[in-house]
Design a protein around this ligand. Structure first.
Ligand code: ASP
Ligand code: MG
Length: 482
């Protein structure tokens, strides 16, 4: 039995014309695969018209402005959301009764949205839990319309809210799935539909706690939803449809000659996603690893292009796992700060590193990169710029005693930095690769502030000044081997 999970991103369902294209791709998949599951994002920007509204962004703006006491914006956004969805319904659903029914369902969801925003305004604050309830509405609207579009094209389809399938913890805004419970629920709900030849059209991005409270998996989380469902159903493959021809060697806005990468290993893909490649949510690979479920990244608007295939160890013969130390791609994370804790007294004083990172953790900040220069007796680490002030304040408090005795000389920050990462299997343990990377950066006169060999052995990360990051990306891109 072959089962494919097809995931479509926001642009892929951004307007009626794109939704029809998604329905065509799904229709075709039903003749290639025994069973097909569709996961969709909320409607994003239109690729065919000037409509640039992204539904999830709009929902979040509504919630935040309501929390600031603004009572107009969320009403206006409701009208705009209603127009965008209504236009799609009218254009993609042929049957008049069905059109009316779906219009009513969307209206109900939007009334719920208005009530939630009104309560947020009265309370004067928006909790992470309320943000999840509000921001997850986009996917719930999209599945209803997309399932209707599929039925119009003769594909039996049923919309499903993933609150019925994906059980998560209660870390609102970036909830983690509880896989065992999810597997049970997803199989119980989806397998009977699949056996009856129905395509379930499932919301990306959202889940619910065991008690049924709606959660979200974090921005861009629909990719993650697709792999969670793929894992739960033991899918043969997961196809992630976006608006570019797969995973590129670099961001084409920085490197116009960036190319599509044909194959990547799961590890390389995770490294790329973690270090700033926008194409997939960083957690997407994790649920697929154990069963080695292949993932394809494809373009909704150019479906004939093979895109990028992500494979695991079994793929040696395909060359995806060659550990030849070739650089396959380069990514960048901008707007980060590098914090340095330095002092003679750090040497041989156990526990400073532990206290440093515990303090960072207390501020709920995730550390993107760590590098320790033992000779200089310092630890430096990189965090998002938006967290730098609070982290340094907390560190000065925590390490106050050592600062006053001089055991620690200073805690300093390099603002507006960037992490540039070269990715490829084996590059961190192949002699000469870091030398090549550093000399390419040296040749263009860019200063490297810190280096780390990524969390896995397939990445080398450099910290440079934000102003130099694009040039550094281009210099490393020149070293990539397709
Ligand atoms: N709609 C959500 C977002 O914009 C999830 C996704 O599209 O992956 O973040
Ligand atoms: Mg996405």
């Amino acid at each position: 039995m072959s089962l494919v999970v097809l995931k479509f991103g926001g642009t892929s369902v951004g307007d009626a014309q794109s939704m029809r294209q998604v329905a065509r791709i799904t229709h075709e998949a039903t003749s290639t695969w025994n069973q097909v599951v569709v996961i969709t994002s909320a409607m994003g920007k239109s690729i065919n018209s000037r409509d640039s509204m992204k539904v999830t962004d709009a929902l979040l703006v509504a919630a935040r402005t309501a929390a600031d006491g603004d009572s107009d914006t969320f009403h206006r956004i409701r009208r705009e959301l209603s127009d965008k969805h209504q236009a799609a319904i009218e254009a993609v659903i042929a049957n008049a009764d069905e059109r009316l029914r779906i219009q009513e369902e969307i209206d109900q969801l939007l009334s719920g949205f208005e009530i939630l925003c009104a309560s947020v305004r009265v309370l004067g604050e928006v909790t992470p839990r309320a943000l999840d309830a509000i921001s997850g509405l986009g996917e719930r609207m999209a599945v209803r319309i997309l399932a209707g579009a599929l039925r119009t094209q003769g594909v039996p389809a049923e919309p499903i809210d993933a609150t019925e399938l994906i059980v998560t913890n209660d870390h609102y805004q970036s909830a983690m799935p509880l896989m065992e419970a999810t597997r049970d629920k997803a199989r119980a709900r989806l397998l009977p539909l699949l056996a009856a030849g129905i395509v379930p059209v499932v919301t990306g991005f959202i889940g619910a706690t065991a008690a049924g409270v709606p959660t979200t998996l974090g921005r861009g989380g629909s990719d993650y939803s697709a792999s969670i469902i793929g894992d739960a159903l033991d899918a043969s493959e997961v196809h992630n449809y976006t608006d570019v021809d797969g995973v590129l060697t670099a961001d084409p806005r920085i490197v116009p000659e960036a190319r599509t990468i044909h194959t990547l290993t799961g590890q390389e893909m995770s490294e790329l996603a973690f270090f700033g490649a926008q194409v997939l949510h960083p957690m997407t690979i994790a649920p697929l690893l154990e069963k080695k479920i292949p993932l394809r990244v494809k373009n909704t608007f150019n479906p004939a292009h093979p895109g990028t295939l992500i494979l695991y160890e079994a793929a040696r013969q395909e060359g995806a796992n060659r550990r030849d130390g070739n650089i396959k791609a380069v990514t960048v994370i901008d707007r980060v700060s590098m914090v340095t804790v330095a002092g003679r007294g750090m040497k041989g004083v156990p526990g400073i590193a532990g206290r440093t990172f515990m303090t960072v953790a207390r501020t709920n900040t995730s550390v993107l990169m760590i590098s320790q220069a033992s000779a200089e007796q310092s630890i430096c680490f990189v965090i998002p710029q938006s967290s730098a002030t609070k982290v340094v304040l907390e560190l000065k408090r925590e390490l106050g005693p050592e600062l006053s005795t001089g055991e620690i000389d200073h805690i300093s920050t390099l603002e507006d930095a960037a992490i540039v990462t070269a990715v490829g299997m084996g590059i961190a343990d192949t002699p000469g690769v870091s030398g090549k990377v550093c000399s390419a950066i040296g040749k263009i006169g860019v200063n490297i502030c810190a280096i780390a060999q990524g969390s896995s052995e397939c990445g080398i990360s450099l910290v440079v000044c934000g102003a130099d990051s694009k040039e550094a990306v281009r210099a490393i891109h020149a070293l990539t081997v397709a």
